[in-house]
Design a protein around this ligand. Structure first.
Ligand code: AMP
Length: 288
């Protein structure tokens, strides 16, 4: 058993569901636990921290790269979303990932795939309100990926905090047998959350961008000291506009579990924001 756990560590890329499923079930037949990190590619240190988390928890690690057309709205950036499979592959191989699943759109959605998974309630507010259909697209593709391979653990970033909660709800509601693990947000030295979309920022915008994190931290601090929405969130939105952000979709202090408004100050809270800075729309969140 030790031999089979130690051997067979060669990085592989597969592009079909059949190969993806076969490799994971072969590991399972050998009593190896499998960790899974779904991504849309253009990998950065944030993604790699999820991979390390999966490696700590399991014996074999799979990443997927799939720019999922069904989670982009008609006016969103699907066509120009950054794609860098060559560089991503090197990073994953160097990072000790065992398998990359990189399917085509046709492989994931063969003609006639109409079934959707939607998570009403928590999927309709905040991001769901500003990006209608987004969480249905995410929930559908993540359900498919989890059922295709049935990993033991799947790791998601707190950078997309609402997405993590939507996926936890979905996995619980659908009895999908996987452990969902949340991993903390990786940031640049100046506090800006690492994101594939940061590369769209101009030099000036990049200089302004870290204020997103500074301002939501200030909102969290003021909340701790007793300030409350809506005055507090008005202050935060104005601070973002004064810093140079173009438009603030939302800046909210919400219940950290339900993302509803907070009535009980004893419950854990989370500050969540989405704001435009030039072309990109940046999102971030911090605990209170
Ligand atoms: P994406 O490729 O942007 O769809 O993200 C794939 C996964 O990486 C999601 O679980 C994200 O939450 C996570 N992720 C993205 N950026 C970061 C970051 N800066 N720190 C930690 N996780 C991240």
């Amino acid at each position: 058993m030790v031999g089979s756990k130690a051997g067979d560590r060669k990085f592989r890329i597969v592009r079909t569901v059949a190969e993806f499923r076969e490799q994971v079930s072969a590991w399972h037949r050998n009593d190896l636990r499998v960790g899974f990190v779904p991504t849309m590619g253009a990998l950065h240190v944030g993604h790699m921290s999820l991979i390390r988390r999966a490696q700590e928890m399991t014996d074999r690690t799979v990443a997927s790269i799939f720019v999922n057309p069904r989670q982009f709205g008609p006016n969103e950036d699907f066509a120009v979303y950054p794609r860098a499979e060559g560089k991503d592959t090197l990073l994953l191989a160097e990072g000790g990932v065992d398998l990359l699943f990189a399917p085509s759109v046709e492989e994931m959605y063969p003609g006639g795939a109409v079934t959707k998974v939607s998570v009403p309630g928590i999927g309709d507010i905040l991001e769901g309100e500003y990006r209608p259909g987004f969480f249905t697209g995410v929930a559908t593709v993540v359900t498919k990926l989890l059922l295709q391979a049935q990993p033991d653990v799947a790791v998601f970033g707190e950078k997309d905090y609402q997405q993590l909660l939507v996926i936890r709800r979905m996995v619980q509601d659908l009895d999908i047998p996987v452990q969902i693990e949340g991993a903390p947000t990786e940031r640049e030295d100046d506090g800006l959350a690492c994101s594939s979309r940061n590369q769209y920022l101009t030099e000036n915008e990049r200089a302004v961008a870290p204020q997103l994190y500074q301002i939501i931290n200030a909102v969290a601090e003021r909340y701790r000291k007793g300030e409350r929405p809506p005055e507090l969130t008005h202050w935060g939105k104005q601070a973002l506009l004064d810093a140079g952000f173009g438009h603030v979709d939302y800046l909210e202090v919400r219940d950290a579990e339900t993302l509803q408004g907070l009535s009980d100050p004893a419950r854990a809270a989370r500050v969540l924001v989405a704001a435009w800075l030039g072309k990109p729309r940046l999102i971030d969140n911090v605990p209170v």
